[in-house]
Design a protein around this ligand. Structure first.
Ligand code: G3H
Ligand code: 13P
Ligand code: NA
Ligand code: ZN
Length: 328
């Protein structure tokens, strides 16, 4: 059944679990995630970015979301817009059947320039006021995602802040978070504490200097009733890097967010955990493997089927690790 983010995260908070928000762009990803949700009896957030909407077409996405919900009627599914860049983008998503939208005012409409306080509060409040009239949930973001190691934003994978950022921008200020939630009325708050999008988050296993989980604890103390969101939460597993590189890939050595850090977040108010990169890697590893083991193969089902299986395995693992299992 379709469910809003607010309904889902209220339940998660009451029962102390986290919900992965997996990005989808195509049928294979949607089917693979739902297979994992059904196998573990877990509610799920399917999210589509602006890039996904452009890639798959809003009408196709709408029907895919409806189709997987119909295939698995027992699973609560929240359909969420990831990183809306302006109120209009959020409104067209709602028209397409999304039950939740992110208005990411941490960056301006161009997706590169950090948004200032008045801008961020203004656009986020505008979206919340409109969305709430229709019973739709809203996620906002305070703080800019980027690396505390280098001070660089996410530009590497095509979106995120351009140029060097200060620690003030890269770490959400807990007192400002309290004000932001009060002024915008968001249902969930994404915060910045050292994660970034894509595969290249950390150059070694992250410690507290580059992954500031203490910020989450502090924000949760001041905002115990606000659902927190962690972006850039792929763990970038070594075994997935190894599969890709064993079959002709060229990923540089890298570290993601350790699952135990996410679990620490879940104990401190983190309810929505955004994951895209890990699933991209799971798919790509198997596609590379099949095609390099049998270069004569050209039936897409031959490589997409194992690719989906690898993605389902990863999603199941996250449902288990985040405590989502059994809460459908
Ligand atoms: O925000 C990051 C997500 O991984 C979506 O990425 O904009 O390339 O679809 P995308
Ligand atoms: P990853 O790139 O770490 O998977 O993060 C995805 C994300 O935050 C989508 O909004
Ligand atoms: Na989002
Ligand atoms: Zn994100």
């Amino acid at each position: 059944a379709r469910i809003t983010l607010r309904q889902l995260l209220d339940h998660a908070a009451e029962h102390g679990y986290g919900v992965p928000a997996f990005n989808i762009n195509n049928m294979e990803q949607a089917l693979a995630i739902m297979e994992a949700a059904a196998a573990t009896d877990a509610p799920v957030i399917l999210q589509a970015s602006r890039g996904a909407r452009a890639y798959a077409n809003d009408i196709m996405l709408k029907h895919m979301m409806d189709a997987v919900t119909e295939i698995h009627p027992q699973i609560p599914v929240c359909v969420h817009l990831d990183h809306g860049n302006e109120p209009g983008t959020c409104m067209t998503a709602i028209q397409s059947g999304f039950t939740s939208v992110m208005m990411d005012g941490s960056l301006k409409e161009d997706g590169k320039t950090p948004g200032d306080w008045a801008y961020n509060v203004g656009v986020t409040r505008t979206v919340a006021d409109m969305a709430h009239l229709g019973g739709i949930s809203v996620e906002g973001e305070l703080g800019v995602l980027g690396s505390l190691e280098t001070g660089m934003g996410d530009q590497e994978d095509g979106h995120g802040a351009e140029g060097k950022l200060s620690h003030d921008q890269l770490l959400t200020n807990p007192d400002e978070a309290v004000k932001f939630v009060a002024e915008t009325k968001v249902d969930a708050l994404a915060i910045a504490m050292g994660t970034s999008h894509g595969a290249y988050k950390f150059t070694r296993k992250p410690d507290g200097k580059v992954l500031a989980m203490n910020i989450i604890e502090e924000i949760h103390r001041k905002l115990p009733n606000t659902h927190l969101v962690m972006h850039g939460s792929s763990s970038v597993p070594q075994e997935l890097q190894d599969i890709i590189n064993a079959y002709g890939g060229k990923m540089k050595p890298t570290w993601g967010v350790p699952v135990e850090e996410i679990q620490r977040g879940i104990k401190n108010g983190v309810r929505k955990i955004n994951i895209d990169t890990d699933n991209r890697m799971a798919l790509t590893g198997q596609i590379r493997k099949v095609l390099s083991e049998d270069p004569s193969e050209f039936d897409p089902r031959k490589y997409l089927k194992p690719a989906m299986a690898a993605m389902t395995k990863l999603c199941k693992q996250r449902f288990e690790e985040f405590g989502t299992v059994g809460h459908a």
